[in-house]
Design a protein around this ligand. Sequence first.
Ligand code: HEC
Length: 414
Amino acid sequence: MNTHFTPLLKTLPILATLLFPSVVRAEFAPGEVVRLRREEPLKFKGKVYQTGTRGQEFTVLKVNETEHAAYVPFVTEDRQLIAVTIPEAALEKSPRIAWEDLVLAAEMLRAGKVEEASKTLDKIKPETASGDLARRIRTELNKLVTAGRDARKPGALPAYSEAFTRWKNMVKEVANDGCYGLAVVLDEAGEALTARAFGTKPPEAYLKQFPSIDKADLRTKATKSTLGLALARQFYGLSKLTEATQAVDEALLIEPGRGDLKILASRIREEGDEVGKKISMVQQLRTARDFSRALDITSRAVKLAPSNTELAALKDTLAKELEGAITPAPDDRMVSASGADIKRLTEGWELYKSRCFECHDLDNVEKRTADGWAGYVRKMAGKAKLKGNQETLISEYLAAARSDFSKNGPRKFD
Ligand code: HEC
């Protein structure tokens, strides 16, 4: 199990209450997923904790309307959970996934906003992963609301109790499917709807006869997985794919059915696969001694996954291999392969590097014969403004590098 993630989970409950927001607002509602429109410092009590990258996602914990800032979870280097602030102007809503609509709808229900919740549920496309559950909630909601209208009439209690039992059974199933946070919110929503139907909170004795879930336990788990999600998003935002995978897997162990976690996990995995594919493409190019393309692809992959040490090492090796293939440094093996003078070779090498790459890149030395190279050096002498014996020095160097390659093979750097 991940060693550095676990302590974090132990330190948490600080924000537990914030993680189950009860307010539902139109703009940047708590619980909503937002992303940065631009690079932006993430601040806590005036201190900058990290510069957030464009596109980095967060779950809003709360909104400070006077400061026009949103509070989002952030995990510090010493694994403390804090809430950093981001100006609202730097944020935009992330395209909402169906799962988030589901959670939002449940929160609306808990806040008594049946209309809004129904609309949100109806928006969820049936073919999405959350489609079935959305339909199920919609059905049970209809039954509960309909029964609720008559609940206070004489003899109507059994009908209400039946609808409420169905609701509670659904909540249990949601919990059994590993969606703990959602189950808790739906459970509270059911109780809120019941209180509304009766005009008062029903007595404990009445509530006790229905199927129930261990709310405290599920809430603790959901809080932990919410933090795991925040941490995974944070690593993912920094392109630290290995750490992001660890965090998201850890969180999925805690709350296996959680839809937003599952989606983030598959996004991170896809990107990891991309990096894997790039590495194998680079290895092929490397075998074909096409180091400049290999280096180019590797540099881009490193930006995608800066913490991938395998990639970073590969990039270093490739840079050396490229240099060794195109402008190998004169050394003993080159001298003995060519019989040329090391001082002249070094002069030719310096001239070649400084005068011949201004306008274009050039092939590996093995790609042309000594005569082939000499022909081009002659042709380019004017363009490169070569004077005196500079042309001879460059050609001598290229001839020596070429015969070094033929006799001793490629230079190795790893
Ligand atoms: C001022 C710009 C310039 C400089 C400096 C220059 N070249 Fe070129 N080089 C060109 C251009 C333009 C072409 C393509 C047209 C041609 O072949 O004339 C070219 C083409 C080549 C080619 C063939 C195409 C390729 O990329 O394989 C070789 C080989 C070459 N140059 C070698 C050299 C060498 C060796 C030197 C240094 C002595 C050099 N060049 C310096 C502009 C330059």
